[in-house]
Design a protein. Structure first.
Length: 688
């Protein structure tokens, strides 16, 4: 904290700002484009740059404020200096000066992990786009408002919202619903943070899987119609933190969250997820080859993969189902008998944990009879850890009841050379290894049922085991099948559904989402899959298609604010229902209040239009408590002097974000004009 006297504080602060600016301007290394660069100043201060420290020590007042004398040694308080330089009153731009003038300014000194702030909206992805813009190539400079709210501004922000514009769609077409049940799928239009907070009233502890594909925060060609990925890094993390904390509340105790991400934010998201869900609940990271061709626009390597971070709410209770075998995997099982398809695998372990020290119970002799071409006995455990192979004292066989018994007849030992061969788990380098199984009785029973094959190469005998084909396999952490190609089974799939039009950028492969849902939900239950970055509706299609294929009862909830929800998302789900001839969903929207004004501000073209909107806002909008409309009207010339984009940004900023949408608690307020039908549906929804 700065050591400033209480009297004449404002004057002293202004003098200190002026003195510091004049001092820093003497160092040309701190000037970029003829202006002092705030970021460069802070960076050098935090690195304790000798040149900067020497410069600051030349000014008595600056020296007094930012250096502490400890027994004759001056210590630079870089934290206090950083906070001072980082304030909005130091090197302010015209927009900041205008906000300060009318009293609309805040500070932020919190770390992300300690902050209770909420990032409410973000570039494009959470804004209402211009009406009629339906194609990605219809580009324009969309105004971006990244609204961050402090704790004292969100007292009613997360309260349940009124839902309106209800529709139901099934194979017979569209109708107006009069009730909603637990079995219904749901698509919600509205700010996704407010939508999932509204879901808490009904679905806390009820969601089996949260699958999300958030903006990746990369500078890419995706920064167009559907996405603008250019977040400030800390803002992006806060934005994710807000939503993941709510997602955790919605999950069942055995629920799982799966988050798609790329290299840009993977490491940071992993740390954030560890904090929210606990490192002990980290279940793994899947690497998906989503672009086999690789991105040629990358500077160094052609990136061809994405990640999927998987956490359980309580990993001990979570389960991961087997993944169905691919056609290529099935083809590996080229042998067949009366019991089905199989392949042969070496019975001797050769990978990890394959030595007697690691698996002492799995090193023993197996005895093979050349005359009968069968495994007829096994040996007892070996003793010792030296390279010398000790002869086992016991030989074990099966009796008539298939029970394991000791049997060491004289003829058995005498035939060891001529007919009976002792086979040991020794590798090609002569190293001691172990067998795949330690259960001797199981080995002898399987040998009796012809589950083994002995391979003879000159004087060496090895054992192979029939590996039977299974319905599925434990999912691996690398998914490389061609079906995960996001272009072929994402972009092209949607274009085909919409007669060749490209209405959405970079959707996930349908099969990536299907396989994720398959392994993380249960077939024989009513598991709910929540996707609050609904996008093109891939998650909904994956749920509907899976249910048709395996007769499951999974349900989906999608949340999306972008207008393409009515151009792509909902129409796509309708098409899937028509094709499958089964399934349904209920559509509803968060009832807008101040959000209506945001839409008007964003679509305005001139300052004159904005001034007209401002007049309407004064009459009917909910304005932030920090703003006195009279102050703005008194300084209207300063408002007009701002750039058009700054004017738009300002009008959005002064709206009370608590009231972007109508709170359910105000459903009977006549100003909101909620219909009786909507009131009944809301009562039905929130009391399900």
């Amino acid at each position: 904290m700065l050591n400033l006297p209480l009297n004449n504080l404002q004057t002293t602060m202004q003098d200190l700002y002026k003195e510091l600016i004049e001092l820093l301007e003497a160092d040309q290394a701190l000037i970029i484009d003829d202006k002092l660069n705030k970021a460069l100043i802070i960076d050098r201060a935090l690195r304790l740059d000798p040149a900067l420290i020497k410069l600051l020590l030349t000014h008595p007042n600056i020296k007094k404020q930012f250096f502490v004398d400890i027994e004759g040694i001056l210590v630079f308080d870089k934290v206090a200096f950083q906070r001072f330089v980082n304030t909005k009153k130091f090197l302010p731009n015209s927009y900041t000066q205008y906000k300060n003038k009318i009293g609309l300014s805040t500070d932020n000194d919190h770390f992300i992990t300690d902050s209770r702030e909420v990032v409410l909206v973000w570039p494009h992805k959470d804004c209402i786009l211009e009406g009629g813009q339906t194609k990605e190539d219809a580009k324009r400079n969309e105004i971006f408002y990244n609204t961050t709210l402090a704790p004292d501004e969100i007292d009613v922000l997360t309260a349940p919202k009124v839902l309106t514009n209800w529709k139901r769609y099934d194979k017979d077409g569209e109708t107006t619903p009069t009730k909603i049940s637990k079995a219904d799928n749901l698509i919600l239009k509205g700010n996704n943070y407010l939508s999932i907070n509204s879901l808490k009233a009904r679905f806390t502890g009820q969601i089996k899987l949260v699958y999300i594909d958030p903006p990746y925060n990369t500078a890419s060609t995706a920064s167009t119609f559907a996405y603008n990925n250019s977040f400030n890094h800390s803002t992006w993390l806060t934005f994710m933190k807000n939503r993941m904390e709510v997602a955790k509340q919605l999950l069942k105790n055995d629920g799982v969250i799966c988050i798609a991400i790329d290299d840009e934010e993977y490491a940071h998201l992993k740390i954030l997820s560890d904090e929210i869900f606990g490192r002990e609940n980290y279940m793994g990271t899947i690497i998906v080859q989503s672009n086999p061709r690789g991105r040629t626009i990358n500077s160094f390597f052609a990136t061809c993969h994405e990640y999927a971070l998987v956490y359980g709410k309580n990993a001990i209770q979570a389960t991961v189902n087997n993944l169905a075998l691919s056609t290529q995997q099935e083809d590996n099982f080229g042998e067949a008998d009366d019991d089905g398809k199989y392949r042969f695998l070496p019975f001797r372990r050769s990978g990890g944990t394959s030595t007697p020290d690691e698996r002492p119970n799995s090193e023993f002799s197996i005895y093979y009879s050349k005359s009968s071409n069968k495994i007829i006995a096994v040996g007892g455990e070996r003793k010792g850890k030296s390279e010398e192979l000790y002869k086992p004292k016991d030989i074990l066989t099966l009796n008539a009841k298939d029970e394991l018994v000791k049997n060491v007849p004289e003829h058995f030992l005498s035939n060891l050379i001529d007919d009976i061969i002792e086979i040991l788990p020794i590798d090609i380098f002569g190293k001691r290894r172990v067998w795949r199984w330690s259960d001797r009785q199981a080995i002898l029973k399987s040998a009796k049922n012809d589950e083994f094959k002995i391979v003879i190469d000159k004087d060496k005998f090895t054992i192979q085991l029939k590996d039977r084909i299974k319905e599925g396999r434990k999912p691996k952490t690398i998914w490389t099948d061609s079906k995960y190609d996001a272009s072929a089974n994402g972009t092209m799939l949607i274009k085909k559904m919409f007669d060749g039009e490209k209405l959405f950028s970079y959707p996930k492969s349908l099969y990536t989402v299907k396989d994720t849902i398959q392994i993380l939900t249960n077939l024989d239950s009513d598991d709910i899959v929540l996707d609050f970055f609904g996008g093109s509706g891939t998650t909904a299609q994956a749920v509907l298609d899976l249910n048709k294929e395996d007769e499951g009862n999974r349900r989906f909830i999608l949340c999306e604010q972008m207008d393409y929800i009515n151009l792509v998302t909902a129409p796509r789900v309708k098409k899937v229902i028509d094709i499958n001839k089964e399934g349904s969903f209920i559509y509803a929207e968060l009832m807008q209040s101040n959000e209506n004004y945001i839409a008007q501000i964003q679509t305005a073209k001139t300052t004159k239009e904005l001034l007209k909107i401002w007049d309407e806002m004064q009459a009917t909008a909910f304005i932030s408590y920090k703003v006195l409309p009279g102050n703005i009207n008194n300084e209207i010339k300063d408002f007009e002097a701002l750039t058009f984009e700054e004017q738009q940004r300002f009008l959005v900023e002064i709206l009370d974000k608590n009231l972007l949408y109508v709170n359910k608690s105000e459903i009977n307020d006549a100003r909101h004009k909620v219909s009786e039908a909507d009131k009944e549906m809301n009562r039905n929804f929130y009391s399900m």
